[in-house]
Design a protein around this ligand. Structure first.
Ligand SMILES: [Mg+2]
Length: 129
């Protein structure tokens, strides 16, 4: 039986499956970092479009429908496929990167100061990380 869920499939395996999919079609020439970053945003917009014009309350109702969940799952997969391709292109270790960023965010947004508060970003011209 093929591996097919989060408990069985590693990020490394997913990166390899995406890479093989791209190579089989000889799409590498289209997968430069700019195009991949744009594609992540475009697919994220597809995900957001499902909620377009919904109130928060309506969005919660929308996600009780299995067809809507299927559409959301497909759009999330599109986003993640491009994210994995982007990570693969730069040889980014996704798990290490996410865990490292969460550590940084824990220091930036300590529970003692951020419990049930939406963090407000200070306006700056500096680089956001
Ligand atoms: Mg899509």
């Amino acid at each position: 039986m093929a591996l097919s869920n989060d408990r069985e499939v590693t990020l490394d395996l997913l990166k390899n499956v995406v890479s093989r999919f791209v190579q089989e079609r000889r799409w590498q020439k289209f997968h430069d970092l700019k195009n991949l970053a744009e594609s992540i945003c475009i697919e994220a917009s597809d995900l957001l479009e499902i909620f377009q014009w919904c109130t928060t309350k309506e969005s919660k109702i929308l996600t009780k429908d299995s067809e809507n969940i299927r559409c959301l799952s497909n759009e999330l997969a599109d986003v993640m496929i491009y994210c994995l391709a982007f990570a693969d292109a730069l040889q980014i270790d996704v798990a290490g990167s996410v865990l490292s960023k969460l550590k940084k965010d824990e220091r930036r947004y300590p529970v003692s100061k951020c419990m049930e508060k939406v963090p407000r970003r200070k306006h700056s011209t500096g680089r956001k990380t």
